[in-house]
Write a protein that binds this ligand. Structure first.
Ligand code: ADP
Length: 159
């Protein structure tokens, strides 16, 4: 049984995140989506709201996917959850430098946990949660970027 953790803020989950999760499921038997809580990064949604949005939008895959809110360092959580790998997504070369740092820092922290990267579908290569929030703030149409349930939750939040 190959288990991986997919850590991220998911504030909120986008079609880009979903694309990466589905690609990861072709390689791993189980995927644990880990909702990271950054104490010094302001989020639009609470960790519980983010978890709920991931569960609703990934409902067809919940036999293979579990969603957990992180309490510890990602590598420690990964080991604790019995996973061997961390999954991350790459959009463009601009992601590379940060992900390079992250992978090597994580390897120093725990050399047994490795990271694997999936490249998103080209049509999501510009998409980020930050962009979605910005478009939402100015009342733009979000339906091409996030599932309907997330569009509704964003509208509730922004009103
Ligand atoms: P973080 O705050 O840890 O970057 P995010 O939720 O923004 O959390 O992203 C989690 C992971 O998903 C990262 O590896 C990020 O590069 C990837 N990701 C986010 N959006 C996309 C997308 N549109 N296509 C592919 N990967 C993505």
């Amino acid at each position: 049984m190959k288990v991986a953790v997919y850590p991220g803020s998911f504030d909120p989950i986008t079609f880009g995140h979903m694309d990466i999760a589905k690609r990861a499921l072709k390689v791993f038997d189980r995927l644990i989506i880990l909702i990271n809580v950054h104490p010094n990064k302001e989020a639009m949604f609470t960790a519980k709201e983010r978890k709920d949005m991931v569960e609703v939008t990934m409902k067809d895959y919940l036999d293979k996917i579990e969603v957990i809110i992180a309490n510890d360092l990602t590598v420690d959580e990964t080991k604790k959850l019995g996973a061997t790998h961390m999954v991350r997504g790459l959009r463009a070369v601009t992601d590379f430098e940060y992900e390079f740092q992250l992978t090597h820092a994580n390897r120093v922290l725990d050399s047994e946990i490795d990271s694997v990267y999936f490249m998103t579908d080209n049509k999501y290569s510009f998409l980020s949660s930050a962009l979605v929030k910005e478009i939402g703030l100015f009342k733009g149409d979000l339906n091409k970027f996030v599932p309907t349930y997330v569009v509704e939750k964003m509208k509730e939040k922004l009103n």
